[in-house]
Design a protein around this ligand. Sequence first.
Ligand code: F6P
Length: 322
Amino acid sequence: MKKIGVYTSGGDAPGMNAAIRAVVRTAVTKNIEVIGIMQGYVGMIENKMTPLLMRDMANIIQRGGTILKTGRSLEFLKPEFRKKASENLKSAGIEGLICIGGDGSFRGAQALFSEHKIPVIGICGTIDNDVFGTDDTIGFDTAINTALDAIDKIRDTADSHDRVFIVEVMGRNSGYIASHVGVAGGAEEILTPENILPVDKIIDRLKESRLRGKTSSIIVTAEGQKPGRAYDLADAIRKKSGLDAKVCILGHQQRGGSPTAHDRILASRLGSAAVLSLISGKSNMMIGNRGADLIEVSLDIVTKNEKHGDVTLIQLAKTLSV
Ligand code: F6P
């Protein structure tokens, strides 16, 4: 293999740049040229590609976002656009691909491999940590630390005013961010797509906690399918209980910022391993981790299964926030 392509796709995640750096530096050391494909599948269809050299990777390990930019391409869902993308890749002389993204991005990679025989290796990068087959994804650790920093600050004002605060974190289909941040931030309730509670039950619990002497409470909710749902919950709590309920939506700040050491190390390891895997002739695999070990999992398995949030953490938060 003499030339490979790398791209980032879907929601950006802190640590993607560290992964790109690891891909480029590992490949160039092995005399393989690397082409950066801009904006994920958008750039693949529109032929937006640029060579990535060793020195282009200077000073990016600490930067959030992605120097390759990213996108969510609806066109790529259609076979005719995938054909166009594969023609662009082939005429650029690209013999293999490294895809950095989440399960949606991997479905695209899988289609390129099955329909056009382009070898591809996936690196799991998404703040949601909702990719089946790996313990961790690049960006999750940074995102939960960003959210935690905000919750610690919210706690100060919640306590000063004896208020209930509903903090909405990201996670459309996954409660990973909510459950981890909820435990680490001492939340009383954690609401996730896997753990939806009726408002009356939440109010009962808030009232019980007041009887036990608590004066303020934090509820962490994943945004789920409706970003902004925290406002509906706050309205219902105020109307039905008279408690002073406020909302803080953390939103896209969770996607940005300098990656934590954990995410930089994970990204560096996954990026380097992905190149070695691709040049050893493997394809249609994701590189992930199980504990301290890196593992290869077929993209067929990754994309056919769902990874659900850890409900034991939700119970733990409840137990410890008495
Ligand atoms: O990348 C994952 C994620 O941040 C989800 O948690 C969130 O629901 C979604 O992306 C938001 O995507 P967008 O920025 O495209 O609105």
